[in-house]
Design a protein around this ligand. Sequence first.
Ligand SMILES: [Zn+2]
Length: 66
Amino acid sequence: MGQVKCLYCGRRIPDDVAVCPHCGAVSHFQKKGYRAGARRRYILLFTILVLLCTFFAFWLPRVIPS
Ligand SMILES: [Zn+2]
C-alpha cells in the first residue's frame, strides 16, 4: 500500500481509497489492474478506429467512380 497525492487538494492519501478523505474527490489511483485493463481496451478501440479510417480513406476513392 502506497501513498499518492490527491489531484484536487494536493494532500497525500492512500492509493487504495475510492475517495480523498480530505476533500471527498474521487481518487484516480485505485486498483492498478482495473486501470491497466481499461487503458488496454481504450488503445484497442482507438487502433480499430484508426484502421477503419485508413481503410475507408484509401479504399473508398477507388471504388466510387469519379
Ligand atoms: Zn483531496
